[in-house]
Design a protein around this ligand. Structure first.
Ligand SMILES: [Zn+2]
Length: 77
């Protein structure tokens, strides 16, 4: 299990990134919401999208468990 957080501030693309607790790119404690423990990024994604449809996986900490092309297809813009 890893602990995941959802950024409460959008990135340059207007998406709200999901990070593992240990990610070097994670926002400060005031700029993120705790999602909970999950096995991997896609599971955290499912929960995050209930909270924020603009949620997306951080390419730094989540790309090793899931290929980013999937999200480009889901978000063609
Ligand atoms: Zn990250």
């Amino acid at each position: 299990m890893k602990f995941f957080y959802l950024s409460s501030k959008p990135n340059q693309e207007g998406n709200f990134e999901i990070h593992e607790r240990d990610c070097e790119s994670i926002p400060g404690s005031l700029d993120r919401d705790y999602l909970g423990p999950f096995n991997n990024g896609p599971e955290a994604m499912r929960k995050a999208q209930e909270l924020n449809p603009m949620a997306s996986l951080c390419p730094t900490c989540c790309s090793n468990t899931f290929h980013s092309v999937f999200f480009k297809e889901r978000n063609p813009n």
